[in-house]
Ligand binder design. Structure first.
Ligand code: M6R
Length: 593
């Protein structure tokens, strides 16, 4: 999704802004641009494609004398990927960058067109620039107040006003923005990664707050234009990821990191097992998230229901935020998010809170909006995840559900021998390491799959939840069409898609249901499918499997299967020469709905 960064100080703005944009690259983008500001003049440079193209353009001019600027990476929403649509946008006195989506753009545009306004881009952002210019007042804070009242949707805006030589303005609603405080310089950005090289002191803007930033001061106002005092948070980021560390892609590096970060996360919570949240008072759990994080929730559902007898409903956040939700008095709403900035998940969290529900978030990024707003937060210790396709964060989130469901089962006295379970949890990082060592066998399988047009995943119960993630991983990075089905459901329609040699990957780890899944595999095989089965040591006599993982207790089995599917997706994508760390059309942090 779009990223914004701004600088005002004494240093070379170009260096700082380009570095900042590169740090925001992980969010996904298709064009980039910068506006430099000096002596009431604004110089804009934009390019379509990678930031290196913007750098090439910058090298052709002299942009080394600017100490103020705003910059942007664009992930197209309104309008195609073109130079005209790239940010910054400029109308009269106003130049701005924008992360978010203005939803009532059609009506605003219609009104402006009645006044014979003309637009050079197809973006919602240009309309905002137009309105700010139209309602320009000597006190620009009043202009912002007037215009933001007209806007529906989300925005983090970084604004230059030509007549105010030494000031930048920032305003936010439903899109994250942080201000970095320096000496004789200040910054703003979509997240701290873009500016933490220069400062550890940050101010996070809350909803509808406006910041007026000069090199020596930051004033923050609420929507009524009352100046407010903001807490400055000192945040030392963990040591930054040291690049790919010899791995050809971040995704592979992150897959290999899983045993280490799993150990770190499990140790952190197992050392204080009794302090994990007590869920015995809840009659129902709602797990709400998007994409892979929602598939983590599917695993969570089976773990809570099967092991701790607690009714659990999993809902995609983009639906949850709008659907009618029947809350029970004792409902816990669990939000799952790596980034903690996913717009729909934030909206779901706010809905739950507005309805008086208790919220618990499982999050990786500590400074994120979800981490700040949820009643309780369990942080996973994944460290920075760079590849767009999540791997280690997924695994750690699953581990958190395993721990929570174990704790609940113990608190409810459904299990007694807690020490033997905790011993299994302690052993899991090593077993995971052994699973990842099967990479060569997985590569061989990938060769068989890489030429496929469609690939199906089937499984029952928790194996189905595993399939959902395997299928998403495969399609998002290899661009092969793939679907996951409950094994018994295929014959109700989808089986008609099975042709000779269509690959069907069956996950069979649940002993009770294994014979049923095996029958489903036979059904597809007899229609020509090429089946690939993945099972556990204990079931290998029963299942003619291509890959076998160690058998562990029912809380932990998914942790040993999903990494196989991650590696499978990875190697298929390598064979297809795909852009693995930044798959087409995707963004790491989905900050618009
Ligand atoms: O940051 P979040 O965990 O909230 O992100 C949710 C999804 O956008 C994310 O899991 C997405 O599905 C990944 N690309 C999957 O690999």
């Amino acid at each position: 999704m779009c990223g914004i960064v701004g600088y005002i100080g004494k240093k070379d703005a170009k260096e700082i802004l380009i570095k900042g944009l590169k740090k925001l690259e992980y969010r996904g983008y298709d064009s980039a641009g910068i506006a430099f500001f000096k002596n009431q003049k604004v110089e804009m440079i934009k390019s379509v494609g990678k930031i290196s193209k913007l750098e090439d353009k910058l090298q052709k001019g002299d942009f080394s004398n600017y100490n103020i600027g705003i910059a942007h990476t664009r992930w197209a929403t309104h309008g195609k990927v073109t130079l005209e649509n790239a940010h910054p946008h400029q109308v009269g006195e106003i130049t701005l960058v924008h992360n978010g989506i203005i939803e009532n753009i059609e009506s605003l545009k219609n009104d402006l067109e009645k006044e014979r306004a003309t637009f050079y881009s197809q973006t919602d952002t240009e309309i905002v620039a137009y309105l700010l210019n139209k309602y320009l007042e000597p006190d620009f804070l009043k202009t912002i107040q007037k215009v933001t009242k007209l806007l529906k949707g989300s925005y983090a805006l970084g604004i230059i006003v030509k007549s105010e030589d030494s000031t930048l303005y920032v305003v936010k609603k439903d899109s994250p923005v942080v201000i970095g405080l320096g000496e004789d310089e200040n910054f703003f950005a979509s997240d701290i990664s873009a500016i933490h090289e220069y400062t550890n002191d940050f101010m996070f803007l809350d909803e509808e707050e406006i910041a007026k930033i000069t090199k020596d001061s930051v004033e923050v106002y609420n929507k009524n234009l009352e100046m407010i005092s903001k807490k400055v948070q000192t945040i030392q980021l963990e040591q930054e990821s040291l690049g790919k560390q010899g791995f050809p892609h971040y995704m592979l590096k992150e897959i290999y990191e899983q045993p280490i970060v799993l150990e770190k996360t499990l140790n952190k919570y197992m050392d204080k097992f009794s302090e994990l949240p007590d869920l015995t008072t809840y009659q129902e759990i709602h797990i709400v998230a998007c994409g892979s994080a929602m598939y983590v929730g599917m695993i969570g559902k089976y773990l809570f229901e099967e092991n701790a007898s607690l009714k659990t409903i999993v809902t995609v956040a983009s639906e949850y935020r709008y659907e009618k939700t029947i809350y029970n008095n004792e409902t816990l709403v669990i939000l799952v998010s790596q980034s903690g900035e996913t717009a729909d998940t934030i909206a779901a969290l706010r809905k739950a809170k507005e309805n008086g529900q208790t919220t618990l978030a499982i999050v990786n990024v500590k400074s994120s909006t979800i981490a700040k707003e949820a009643d309780q937060v369990l942080f996973i210790e994944a460290g920075e995840e760079v590849a767009v396709a999540t791997t280690k964060a997924y695994t750690l989130q699953v581990a958190m559900f395993a721990l929570l469901s174990l704790k609940l089962a113990y608190d409810k006295k459904l299990i007694m021998d807690i020490d033997s379970y905790l011993k299994d949890f302690k052993e899991i990082p090593n077993l995971l390491k052994k699973v990842i060592e099967q990479e060569d066998d997985i590569k061989t399988l990938a060769i068989e799959l890489a030429k496929s047009k469609d690939i199906f995943f089937i499984g029952r119960k928790i194996d189905y939840a595993i399939c959902l993630e395997g299928s998403l991983k495969l399609k998002e990075i290899s661009y092969i069409h793939s679907e996951a089905y409950q094994a018994g459901e295929l014959k109700h329609g989808t089986i008609s898609l099975i042709e000779k040699d269509t690959p069907v990957i069956a996950i069979i780890t649940d002993r009770e249901i294994a014979p049923k899944s095996i029958s489903n595999v036979e059904e597809v095989e007899s229609r020509g499918a090429k089946s690939i089965m993945i099972t556990t040591e204990k079931l290998k006599e029963l299942v003619d499997a291509s890959l076998v993982v160690p058998s562990v207790c029912q809380f932990l089995q998914p942790l040993l299967v999903v990494p196989i599917l991650q590696l499978l997706a990875y190697h298929v994508a390598v064979l297809k020469n795909c852009d693995i760390d930044k798959p087409r059309n995707l963004a790491k942090s989905v900050t618009v709905e």
